[in-house]
Design a binder for this molecule. Structure first.
Ligand code: ADP
Ligand code: MG
Length: 343
């Protein structure tokens, strides 16, 4: 049980995180007042997490908070935006204790420092249900330049940042042994618990990426969105398709080790969620510029396939054989059974 009431909680744990934003008035007023700079557009996104669904009661609270921040900042990166502020709704069971809340706030503080983004407001309520947090992230992008999921063209090269599949394998490692070395299992679990929003890369893709999103629900499913939306405005009802080369998909050494010991895990790499890498399409002649941007951002980029006219996402092996798995990715609702995230 917290000894703090709602107001002490805000004043002691959250108000220090608003210190760099004068318009947040130290979280003492009803709302924050912000001035969008001339020539910029506001980008807004929100994500919610529920205890028992997206995190477990015994997960380290600071990592729960940091992942919540990061999944939102990843959406900003995918739009080409730079973080500007965040708002947190905390729905807390009455039995939440002070060490848990202090650790959660320490996680917010760490990522506020790492990404230079203040907590400028929110709400704090008690709930009879499981702990639930919703974070809203605000970002800025030069007006008219936001990276959208629509816009991919036939012939575009499909590019991903970083490595794919670590988080899905990390979730498996949380649940049981993967049969890999301890250091490799730790790496994969870290990638699951602490994703890295590609904020250095996203804004640098403005003017280069025709379509962009972050991979949060599985590479194949998210690429499917890019394909479907490519039809919008182009008069292509069914959208476009994507041909991926399985052996080009960038894997970390730890993921490679996990797949060597059980090749069927490649399906988790392709359909598992939570990578929070950027997936985007570019004109082939721009790959050099994208590689330069990625080098400045300090992240690898890899071309993994091409946009094609025939609708649908296909995965091809080295001989051109179709090895597309049946499972595409994670859905919160709907007919497909979910394996990708915590239930
Ligand atoms: P009101 O009742 O007018 O909504 P609150 O007492 O809920 O005001 O909030 C007071 C201030 O504290 C507001 O600026 C609000 O944005 C901020 N705040 C409340 N809860 C949080 C939270 N979980 N994280 C960040 N700021 C918060
Ligand atoms: Mg309130």
């Amino acid at each position: 049980m917290s000894r703090r009431g709602e107001f002490d909680l805000i004043a002691e744990l959250f108000a220090p995180l608003a210190a760099s934003t004068p318009g947040a008035y130290g979280l003492t007023d009803d709302a924050a007042v912000l001035e969008v700079p001339a020539g910029r557009s506001l980008v807004a996104t929100t994500d919610a997490i529920v205890a028992g669904v997206h995190f477990l009661a015994d997960d380290p609270p600071d990592l729960v908070a940091r992942k919540l921040v990061r999944v939102n900042l990843s959406d900003l990166a995918a739009m080409g935006a730079t973080p500007w502020g965040m708002l947190l709704t905390a729905c807390l069971p009455r039995d939440v204790d002070d060490p848990w809340l202090e650790s959660f706030a320490a996680g917010l503080k760490a990522d506020r420092a790492e990404f230079g983004v203040d907590l400028i407001g929110g709400d704090t309520v008690a709930t009879p249900g499981p702990a639930t947090f919703s974070l809203t992230a605000l970002g800025l992008v030069p007006t008219g330049t936001a990276l959208l999921r629509r816009g991919a063209c036939v012939g575009d090269v499909i590019v991903v940042s970083g490595t794919i599949g670590d988080a899905a394998l990390g979730l498996k490692a949380c649940r049981g042994s993967l049969g890999v070395a301890a250091a490799e299992a730790r790496f994969l679990i870290d990638r699951y618990r602490l994703p890295q929003p590609r904020l250095g890369l996203g804004p640098r893709l403005i003017g280069l990426a025709h379509a962009c999103l972050d991979v949060s629900d599985g590479l194949l499913q998210d690429l499917g969105h890019v394909c479907t939306l490519a039809g919008l405005g182009a008069g292509l009802g069914a959208g476009l398709g994507a041909d991926l080369k399985a052996d080009l998909i960038p894997l970390s050494p730890a993921a490679r080790a996990a797949i060597v010991s059980a090749p069927e895990r490649m399906e988790s790499v392709l359909a598992g969620g939570d990578d929070y890498e950027l997936l985007f399409t570019i004109a082939p002649e721009d790959m050099g510029r994208v590689e330069s941007a990625a080098a400045i951002a300090g992240v690898a980029v890899t071309a993994i396939g091409r946009m094609v006219a025939a609708p649908g996402v296909r995965v091809l092996d080295a001989d051109g054989g179709d090895v597309t798995p049946a499972r595409r990715g994670y859905r919160h609702f709907g007919p497909e059974t979910a394996e990708g995230k915590r239930q």
